[in-house]
Each structure stands twice: as structure tokens, then as C-alpha cells.
Design a protein around this ligand. Structure first.
Ligand code: MEV
Length: 410
């Protein structure tokens, strides 16, 4: 995909259409706004829809397969950075793997005096709990998912002891919130009956620490340079020991992860909650780590919860999400999670590389210059010349763009 970014928009569309086998209705989903009637089914008091740029990250080779990756994001540089990091990792690209698509549902029981006895009663009723939970989602069970296990935690609190039941559910290709929440509600009356307690919360946990995706890549020293490697290791070390830096570091990872989540209709708030809660287990730490291998090349590894689906929710109702999944060509939610982990790692590497070498602003502002030119009133065509001139002048601001525009129009 060398030179993809230099193609015109029409040429890019033509290429992606051919490579992904998109049909006219897929193309339509990318052009127009979300149909108002569809939007109204998804949310309430709808009076419009938001449009975001829909870009394609290229050059990704993951587990030996090539991927085109749709990303929806308003921030300049993110798609370019992911594509560039992926290119620098070639020819091997990324390795990625994922644990089973297992989510946790919580049922909180209060008002129990003998919590040990309650735990025993719950554990001896696992087969009944399974029957009640799986009765809520026969399709998932047919597909090999459903309630797999039950765990009981006893938690002391200022409001007295609590018994918290964890339902461990294989949600197959769904994100899983609907199914897990229904299961929690279905088993709550039985749990109340066998424990004598009162069920308060019955809800999924977004700390999806049983549903982890891992990605790894090697960036060779003769490709990125030894100084850059040393710089990245220094920058990574600061993120490891300092929460102020770590938050920004992890934000860079979520730039990529969320952009794919939005393109594929996934719940990016759930991903954010899960990612940061996971990063904060013990002490808040970077989601990706770096080291030098014996050849002196840079090895990056990322591990994080990625509760994403390819069926149900907006992945089904939003036509853009369906088109994105077609472009990705993923066959399972786990494969999508693997792809997203690689994009997160790519964006983290790209941000670190830019920060420790030329600085983030040069590339960022170059792309941002076009936005600035348009805010100064330039048409789409004028924006290209205005932004080029601003970069030449090393002065990127709305006032300077206005000045150039005035001169140009004269
Ligand atoms: C900006 O959206 C993300 C970065 O701040 C990430 C980082 O600092 O690693 C560039």
C-alpha cells in the first residue's frame, strides 16, 4: 500500500472498494449520514447525527495476514501514524493473540449475616444457576457460549459484609453486555432465595480482565535508528514510574483502539473503562511495554482487555459498522480484538517515536494546517495551497491562513 496516502479520495475509495469487495450499499453507508430512523432506534430525543472522518490504516500485517483497518477519528495524524508504524514493522508485522471472549457479570448481595454459609449455598447450586442463566440466551449457548463458571467473593464494606457473585460468561462474538446483564437479572431471585440476602446490583463488569488481547512487534534498529530506540525506552520508563506521563501514553494507545471501535460500532466507553481499570491494577502502568532484544532491535508488547463484538448492538444497526467489518474481513470478535490491540501498539510506538525524535507537533501541525486553513475560510481546494504556504512559513495559525488567503484571492 505504499503511496496510498498520496492518492486522491476517489482513487482511495476505488482501491478499498476493490480490495474489500464493497458493494453499492456499503459505499452508500460511508457517504451519507446515518438514516434518521435508524438513529432514532439507537438513542433518544434524536435530532441529528454526528459525522466523523472515516479513514483506512494501511500496511498492517497481523499473524501473517494483511488487514485494511477502518478508523473513525477527528484527530489529525492518528491514522497516518498507525499506518507508518505498521510499515516500519514490516515484513514480519505484528503477532497477536486473544484469550476466550469471557465477560464477568456481578450480582451484589447484601443483608447476609453468615457470608461463608451463603457462599457454600451458592456454589452448591451452580447447576441451577447455569440453567437459569443459559435459559436467557439459547442462541449464545448453541454457538458454544453461555455461563461457564460461578465465583463468589466476600467483600467487607462500611455498609456491612457483601457477597458478590461473579458469573463467568463466554459471549462468543458479542460484546456481551446485554446477555450478561440479562443473565445477572435472571439468577438474582435464586441467589436471594438460597442466601436470604437482597440482590442490589446485577450488571456486567467492564474490567474485562478475562478477555485480554495481546500484540507484539519488532522495530529493527537499522530501520528506526538506535537513538530513537534509546529515546523510546527512556519515554517508556517515565510512563512506568509516573502516572502523569502514563495517562498520556495510554491515551495514545486508546487513540487507535477507540477509532477502530467507533468505526465498527463498538462501545468505546466500555473499552476505556476496562483499559484504565486494568492498567491501574496494582499501580497505574502503561498498557504497552518496550525492551531491546539481543540484536538491539526494539520489541513492543501490548496487553489489555478488549471487550468488542461483531454481532449485536450498533455493529448490527449502524450500516457503517457493517461496512467496516467487511473491510476488516474479521471472522470473530477475538480476531477484531487482536487487530485493535495491534493498532493500539502501533499508535503508541508512533507517538513515542515522534515525540523522542522530531517532536509530535511537526507532523501533527502539517495535517492540522489544512483544518486551520478551512477554519480561516479556505475552500477545500484553497486549503491545500494555504496549508503548504503556512508550513513553508513555519507559521500555522488562523490569522496567518487568513492573510495568505487574502493574498491568494487577489
Ligand atoms: C495525542 O493524541 C496522543 C499523544 O499525546 C500520545 C503520547 O504522548 O504518547 C501523542
Amino acid at each position: 500500500m505504499t503511496g496510498f496516502h498520496k492518492l486522491s479520495r476517489d482513487e482511495k475509495i476505488k482501491k478499498i472498494k476493490a480490495l474489500s469487495g464493497l458493494d453499492e450499499s456499503d459505499m452508500k453507508s460511508l457517504e451519507g449520514p446515518l438514516d434518521a430512523s435508524v438513529a432514532e432506534m439507537m438513542s433518544e430525543n434524536v435530532i441529528g447525527t454526528v459525522k466523523l472522518p472515516f479513514g483506512i490504516a494501511v500496511n498492517f500485517v497481523i499473524n501473517g495476514r494483511k488487514y485494511l483497518i477502518p478508523m473513525c477519528i477527528e484527530e489529525p495524524s492518528v491514522v497516518a501514524a498507525a499506518s507508518n508504524a505498521a510499515k516500519l514493522a514490516l515484513p514480519c508485522g505484528f503477532r497477536a493473540e486473544c484469550s476466550q471472549p469471557v465477560m464477568i457479570g456481578q450480582v451484589q448481595l447484601v443483608g447476609i449475616s453468615d457470608t461463608n454459609k451463603a457462599r457454600e449455598s451458592i456454589l452448591s447450586g451452580i447447576s441451577t444457576i447455569k440453567k437459569l442463566a443459559n435459559g436467557r440466551d439459547s442462541v449464545m449457548v448453541k454457538l458454544g457460549g453461555g455461563l461457564e463458571d460461578v465465583e463468589v467473593r466476600l467483600i467487607g464494606s462500611s455498609r456491612g459484609p457483601m457477597v458478590v457473585v461473579h458469573l463467568i460468561v463466554n459471549v462468543v462474538d458479542a460484546m456481551g453486555a446485554n446477555c450478561v446483564n440479562s443473565m445477572c437479572e435472571a439468577v438474582a431471585p435464586y441467589l436471594e432465595e438460597v442466601t436470604g440476602g437482597r440482590a442490589v446490583l446485577k450488571i456486567i463488569s467492564n474490567l474485562a480482565d478475562r478477555r485480554l488481547a495481546a500484540a507484539a512487534a519488532v522495530w529493527k534498529k537499522d530501520v528506526i535508528g538506535e537513538d530513537v530506540i534509546e529515546g523510546i525506552l527512556d519515554a517508556y520508563e517515565l510512563a512506568r514510574v509516573d502516572a502523569y506521563r502514563c495517562a498520556t501514553n495510554n491515551k495514545g494507545i486508546m487513540n487507535g483502539v477507540d477509532a477502530v471501535a467507533i468505526a465498527t460500532g463498538n462501545d468505546f466507553r466500555a473499552l476505556e473503562a476496562g483499559a484504565h481499570a486494568y492498567a491501574a491494577i496494582g499501580r497505574y502502568r502503561p498498557l504497552a511495554e518496550y525492551e531491546k532484544n539481543s540484536e538491539g532491535d526494539l520489541v513492543g508488547r501490548l496487553k489489555m482487555p478488549l471487550a468488542v463484538g461483531i454481532v449485536g448492538g450498533a455493529t448490527k444497526t449502524n450500516p457503517v459498522a457493517r461496512t467496516s467489518l467487511k473491510i476488516l474481513g474479521v471472522k470473530s470478535a477475538s480476531e477484531l480484538a487482536c487487530v485493535m490491540a495491534c493498532v493500539g501498539l502501533a499508535n503508541n510506538f508512533a507517538a513515542l517515536r515522534a515525540i523522542v525524535s522530531e517532536g509530535i507537533q511537526r507532523g501533527h501541525m502539517k495535517l492540522h494546517a489544512k483544518n486551520i486553513a478551512m477554519s480561516a475560510g479556505a475552500s477545500h481546494e484553497e486549503a491545500v495551497s494555504v496549508s503548504t504556504k503556512m508550513i513553508e512559513d513555519k507559521k500555522i495559525s488562523v490569522s496567518h491562513a487568513k492573510k495568505i488567503l487574502e493574498e491568494m484571492r487577489k
